[in-house]
Design a protein around this ligand. Structure first.
Ligand code: LLP
Length: 404
């Protein structure tokens, strides 16, 4: 993804061509970037070849999931809907793990019927519910237990999941207690210890801490898990300041851990696979000039892309067409929705913008479309996958008549 002759281009497709053909806002993905990310992820951990289960919640577009499947990944799901779409994408049930604190009975029955790799349980009550279903179905079900390692992921508090005050997982004491119970059960197989401490983690140290907790606990239990599921969370460089997650260090930490524990590692990455593979292209509807700053009113809004409104996340905004005229004005990029948080970014030293120009919001591949909504009865944008110079529509723009 780069500028060619001052026009932003994905693979061999100029985004000018996209806006000539399609209405904005529109999500544009690069197939090459998806392949590259998956191949790099695999390379980083090649010495112990983990099972990689793509976190479906980060992007659940069926065509994207098919692409992910073609590149050999499994899926991490958190609802029956996600499980159904992962299966529809052709992902083998033996490469699917199911997490979540509130799986309903019907979701559990479905997962058990589909013989998925693991159900990662998050409470004693859930374990008992699975056991009851397994007994009825006369099956022995493979499960994992999600540990709450009480580890600070040093990320945004809204996306932190591994501290004791968070609702996720089971604390050490209960973990040992329920493990004993499962080992005695005729209907449950304890196969996995799982953890996930948070998302957009850029520092490897929280992972080191988390691994230390696992190491101690497993030694104390004197039990060998077939799988250790380390979750996802590896962050990406949204700020473009080269503060990248150090995969090499994480790989070393895990390799050291595996010297004493002969388990298969599972990862559940979402953002690190899909985050930087997509942009959101939007048109400037109006520019409202103000004394201190100009409001750049876009046709994209918080319902299309929620991260800035929901977490105060900052995504780079760049022009579709570069010109050499920089303004000293502050620009506030906002959407048309009647909420003050419907704002993407405030920036200075941007190039001079005009109404009807197009801008690009970067790195929207993860938790972009999957978090989008129809707030204000706004149809969700189209999604396209660019392959070389070809454009494939992988989701049509919603029609108002379907919403009303
Ligand atoms: N595994 C589990 C159990 C998870 O809960 C998550 C994300 C992942 C894996 C994938 O994490 P990743 O590799 O993508 O960081 N909407 C927020 C992020 C919420 C993450 C929820 N769990 C955002 O836009 O930043």
């Amino acid at each position: 993804m780069k500028y060619i002759n001052n026009i932003f281009t994905i693979e061999n497709c100029s985004i000018n061509k996209v806006v000539e053909k399609f209405e904005t806002p529109i999500f544009c993905y690069s197939q090459k970037k998806i392949k590259e990310n998956i191949s790099n992820f695999k390379k980083n951990f090649k010495s112990f070849s983990p099972i990689i289960c793509f976190s479906t919640k980060s992007n659940s577009n069926l065509e994207i999931l098919k692409e992910i499947k073609r590149n050999g990944l499994g899926a991490d799901v958190v609802s029956k809907g996600e499980l159904m779409i992962a299966l529809k994408a052709g992902i083998s049930s033996k490469k699917i793990v199911f997490s979540g604190v509130g799986k309903t009975r019907s979701e559990l029955i479905y997962a058990i019927e589909k013989n998925i790799l693991l159900i990662n349980c998050e409470s004693k009550s859930e374990i008992l519910e699975i056991e009851r279903i397994a007994k009825l179905k006369k099956k022995k079900v493979d499960i994992g237990i999600r540990l709450n390692p009480n580890t600070d992921a040093k990320t945004l508090k809204q996306i932190s999941t591994g501290k004791k005050e968070n609702k996720f997982g089971i604390n050490e004491k209960t973990f040992i207690e329920v493990s004993r119970y499962i080992k005695e059960s005729k209907f449950l197989n304890l196969k996995c210890l799982s953890v996930h401490i948070g998302s957009q983690i850029l520092d490897h140290k929280p992972y080191q801490k988390m691994i230390n907790v696992l190491d101690k606990l497993i030694k104390k239990m004197d039990f060998s898990f077939e799988y250790i599921d380390l979750g996802g969370g590896m962050g990406i460089d949204y700020k473009k300041d080269n503060k990248k997650f150090d995969f090499k260090k994480y790989n070393q930490i895990i390799k050291k851990f595996l010297v004493n524990h002969k388990s298969k590692i599972i990862f559940e990455p979402g953002r690190s696979i899909i985050g930087n593979t997509a942009i959101l292209v939007s048109k400037i509807l109006y520019i409202k000039e103000n004394s201190k700053k100009d409001f750049i009113i876009l046709d994209a809004a918080m319902n299309d892309f929620m991260r800035p409104a929901l977490y105060g996340a900052k995504h780079k905004i760049i022009p579709l067409k570069k010109i050499n005229k920089i303004t000293n004005k502050t620009y506030d990029f906002v959407g048309p929705i009647c909420e003050t948080t419907d704002k993407f970014l405030s920036t200075t030293k941007f190039q001079k913008l005009n109404e009807k120009d197009y801008i690009i919001i970067c790195d929207v591949g993860a938790y972009g479309t999957s978090l989008s909504s129809n707030y204000n009865i706004r149809p969700k944008p189209a999604e396209i996958l660019i392959k070389g110079s070809r454009i494939n529509v992988i989701k049509k723009r919603q029609k108002l008549k379907d919403l009303i």
